[in-house]
Design a protein. Structure first.
Length: 186
């Protein structure tokens, strides 16, 4: 069965025409009666249900936003670093930060970076969920006049602040920083 829509005037934009089509699909009984309602149930409704399910899946909270192998408690990381005589890598991040996700998904999953991480006690701090730790280490974006996350603090095994790195880093750049920290510690 063909859908009959009113002819659009020349001044009506394509957005208005698309809106009218969606209105007729979403409110079929008001459009052309029962036949359109049946067609809507068979075609458009399953698509809308799938879109809603996909949207719910994409926005559901994850258990932890920390990269694999990272602690999420700064005090615990500093204690372990002292016990194991390893430096700390504190990664300050946020779920909404695209550069943080890029660093987490590309740099922190690189084989060279992962091999160097074994020499550190890595900890991930979500600046929205762990505000006290964020402020304690001056890792809040407001502290740098808008320069913010991702950023990383490198601490000695005793908790002394050695180096602060701000912004996205490639695997090669982060590996070089990690090597320089390890050379200072040794």
């Amino acid at each position: 069965m063909m859908l009959k829509f009113h002819a659009a005037s020349r001044s009506e934009s394509s957005i208005c025409r698309a809106k009218n089509i969606w209105i007729r699909l979403l409110f079929p009984r008001q459009a052309t009666g029962n036949a359109l309602a049946v067609r809507f149930k068979k075609t458009a409704m399953p698509v809308l249900v799938l879109m809603a399910l996909f949207a719910c899946q994409r926005t559901s909270p994850r258990q932890s936003s920390a990269p694999a192998g990272f602690l999420t408690d700064a005090k615990q990381a500093v204690e372990q670093a002292h016990e194991q005589n390893k430096p700390v890598l504190m990664f300050f991040t946020a779920k909404w930060c695209p550069s943080c996700r890029q660093l987490k998904d590309s740099t922190l999953t690189d084989a060279a970076v992962i091999s160097r991480l074994s020499a550190f006690i890595p900890v991930s701090i979500d600046i929205d969920e762990q505000k006290e730790t964020t402020l304690e280490y001056n890792a809040d974006a407001r502290k740098f006049g808008g320069v913010g996350i991702p950023n990383m603090w490198f601490l000695s095994p005793g908790g002394e602040r050695l180096r602060h790195v701000i912004g996205y880093k490639t695997p090669q750049e982060l590996s070089a920083v990690m090597d320089s920290i390890l050379n200072v510690i040794r």
